[in-house]
Design a protein around this ligand. Structure first.
Ligand SMILES: [Zn+2]
Length: 222
């Protein structure tokens, strides 16, 4: 089994590759900065990951996961996201406090326990933040999501994924009931003021600025 440091590097490279779109290399400077290590530390780790076949490393160009590296990344994400859902659904923990726990547990949990959790939760497809959970074979559902600030007035949408999972922001969403699965209608979009207002199915309203709305991804309904 890979060490937690190896898994964290692989996971981070996967996330950065995902952010910048298909096919790109991740620059070493970006990788080091996102992991909070010096470029020298990142480079020596990356060289050893290249040796074990998890990625391709080209000096001055950057790194890219190999097929086995990608498989490992998806497996770590599966553990992380199933654990998060388990902490909320089964242990009743708060939505905003589970990420840190999952960061530790994702490296410790065995496949046997993980698959039991998957069955217990009914083979779920998304975690509590709305991120897709990769299947045991490493496939992940692709969804067509739109940031809430770009939705038109009158549009009916379902909150699907929270882009920014920082604790304070999650607490704000939780206290305003802006959580994945909620159906809302965009009742007002003021481009000059930078404000979006939404209405819940129970009639309650909520307004927010574009920066907050941008971090809430929704699925458009008919
Ligand atoms: Zn998390």
């Amino acid at each position: 089994m890979a060490t937690s440091t190896v898994e964290n590097y692989i996971k981070q490279i996967y996330a950065l590759q995902f952010e910048q779109g298909e096919g790109g290399n991740v620059a070493m400077g970006d990788l080091a900065a996102s992991l909070g290590v010096t470029p020298g530390t990142a480079t020596s780790m990356v060289k050893s990951l290249a040796k074990s076949g998890h990625l391709d490393y080209v000096p001055r160009v950057g790194v890219k996961l190999s097929e086995s590296g990608e498989r490992l990344a998806l497996h770590v994400l599966r553990r992380h996201r199933l654990v998060e859902l388990f902490l909320v659904e089964t242990l009743g923990m708060e939505w905003h406090e589970i990420h840190e726990e999952a960061e530790t547990l994702e490296h410790a949990i065995s496949d046997r326990v993980l698959e039991r959790i998957d069955v217990l939760l009914g083979n779920p497809e998304v975690d509590p933040h709305g991120d897709s959970i990769p299947s045991a074979t490493g496939s992940m559902a692709k969804r067509d999501l739109t940031p809430l600030d770009q939705c038109e007035q009158g549009q009916n949408v379902t909150i699907s994924r929270i882009e920014d999972q920082e604790e304070g922001f999650l607490q704000y969403l939780e206290s305003n009931k802006l959580t994945p699965g909620k159906d809302i209608t965009v009742t007002r979009r003021d481009g000059q003021a930078g404000i979006v207002s939404v209405q819940f199915s129970d009639g309650n309203q909520c307004s927010m600025g574009f920066p907050a709305a941008r971090k809430i991804q929704v699925e458009l309904c008919g």
